[in-house]
Design a protein around this ligand. Structure first.
Ligand SMILES: Nc1ncnc2c1ncn2[C@@H]1O[C@H](COP(=O)(O)OP(=O)(O)OP(=O)(O)O)[C@@H](O)[C@H]1O
Ligand SMILES: [Mg+2]
Length: 411
């Protein structure tokens, strides 16, 4: 059974949402509804997420990602359609049951850390367990372990503002892991971090995932991040999912011009693998000879970026072996270069055909990114003494997380 299943989900904001869904079902688009003052945030979204998968939802600002995510944990009620979690229809269960599912089985990690400033790192990480009503000793034990997993051993007694942005985000992740929830929902969780720290967090998540095998829905507007993390990626545009597939599917077989123009900036050398572009070895040459001539032997899942050096050092093709260790194909220098060049061709064709790219539509997206970049001031913690004045002034929300959604999630 799939862990999570979305069936024909719609979310319409504004007047007469049901009429709007009928119009959408008969082919109207977002723009037509906007004329009536109605926003179709999510239109007919269907997908399944298998246990242990990282399912990424990728799209520009306003494409409907957060709205979709909020329907997955019952924070927003769909206008139409349903969400099945472990087979239970969470769009149609009692408020009490929903609260229980949310506190025990689903955890959220937000973009802006949502830490309580006047609680220690340990207390922050233990917060979800406190909500569940666990005794102090038990929750501290589990929170300590979660912090260790996230690389924060020794920081338990510190205050959030003594930590860098990356470390604060690790606390957010530890809080989600401590609850043992099977399903993690992550909304732009790494977007406010500097690029290097962001990459670090992505690595950490992938590393944790090897042992924890959570089911994760991860939202991002960054295609490179989507491709690094996602087992499956859903690309959203104007409320609709326009393609679902692995990174390779999307890179090699973009569903339409929109996706094609989107992927032109992707670092193909890190996403495409030897297995995806290899060819059969020349007929009549034995596997033994191919392996002997090859400047290197790699596995099918080796990213192309690791083939450059051997490929440059020899005219012979790089050998590729399968799961059984036998030769399964070769990658010649020509093949390597043409696989990397395809994105450029796509871009050029697009440009010529339409005189536009997906980027042309991102004015809104850029503005949002600008905001995110501005928020990086969060990443540089000031000494505790220096900020205590402002912290006091802010103490109206002393015990409240910074993220309004989290408040709603607790309600
Ligand atoms: N509560 C609401 N009331 C009215 N419109 C809303 C509401 N929430 C979202 N919308 C609209 O729905 C659309 C999708 O918004 P959503 O926040 O889901 O996008 P997003 O893909 O998460 O964008 P971002 O990357 O900027 O976070 C937008 O046009 C937004 O203005
Ligand atoms: Mg959003």
């Amino acid at each position: 059974m799939s862990r999570l299943q979305a069936e024909h989900l719609y979310k319409v904001f504004g007047r007469r949402p049901d009429d709007a869904v009928r119009k959408l079902e008969s082919g109207s688009d977002r723009e037509e509804l906007r004329a009536d003052g109605t926003t179709a945030a999510v239109i007919d979204a269907s997908f399944t997420v298998e246990p242990g998968q990282i399912f990424v939802v990728m799209g520009l600002s306003g494409s409907g990602k957060s709205t979709l995510l909020r329907m997955l944990n019952g924070l927003l009620e769909p206008t139409a359609g349903r969400v099945l979690f472990d087979g239970d229809d969470i769009t149609n269960i009692s408020a009490r049951k929903l609260r229980e599912v949310r506190s025990k089985k689903i955890s959220m990690v937000f973009q802006h850390f949502a830490l309580f400033p006047h609680r220690s790192v340990l207390e922050n990480a233990a917060y979800g367990l406190e909500v569940q009503g666990l005794p102090r000793a038990e929750r501290e034990k589990r929170a300590t372990e979660a912090l260790r997993l996230c690389g924060l051993e020794g920081w338990e007694k510190s205050w959030p503002d003594e930590l860098s942005g990356g470390m604060q985000q690790r606390v957010g992740l530890a809080r989600a892991l401590a609850t043992d929830a099977d399903l993690l929902l992550m909304d732009e969780s790494f977007s406010a971090l500097d690029p290097l720290i962001r990459r670090d967090m992505q690595d950490q998540l992938l590393e944790l995932q090897k042992t924890l095998k959570k089911t994760i829905v991860f939202i991002t507007h960054d295609l490179n991040e989507a491709m690094r993390l996602g087992d499956q990626i859903a690309v959203m545009r104007d409320g609709r999912i326009v393609q679902i597939g692995s990174s390779e599917d999307i890179l090699v077989r973009p569903a339409n011009d929109y996706v094609a123009s989107f992927i032109q900036d992707v670092d193909r050398s890190r996403v495409l693998t030897a297995g995806a572009i290899m060819e059969q070895p020349e007929a009549g040459v034995s596997a033994k000879e191919v392996l002997a001539d090859a400047p290197a032997t790699v596995t099918e899942d080796t990213p192309l970026v690791e083939l450059f050096t051997p490929s440059a050092s020899s005219d012979a093709a790089v050998a590729v072996t399968g799961a059984d260790g036998e030769l399964s194909g070769v990658v010649s220098r020509e093949q390597l270069l043409s696989a990397l060049g395809e994105g450029e061709e796509h871009a050029a064709e697009e440009h010529a055909a339409k005189g536009e790219t997906a980027k042309g539509e991102t004015a809104e997206g850029k503005a949002a990114e600008g905001k995110t970049a501005g928020d990086k001031s969060d990443a540089v913690p000031a000494p505790r003494g220096a900020t205590s004045g402002t912290t006091k002034a802010d103490s109206a929300d002393e015990d409240g997380p910074r993220d309004a959604e989290e408040v709603a999630a607790r309600a």
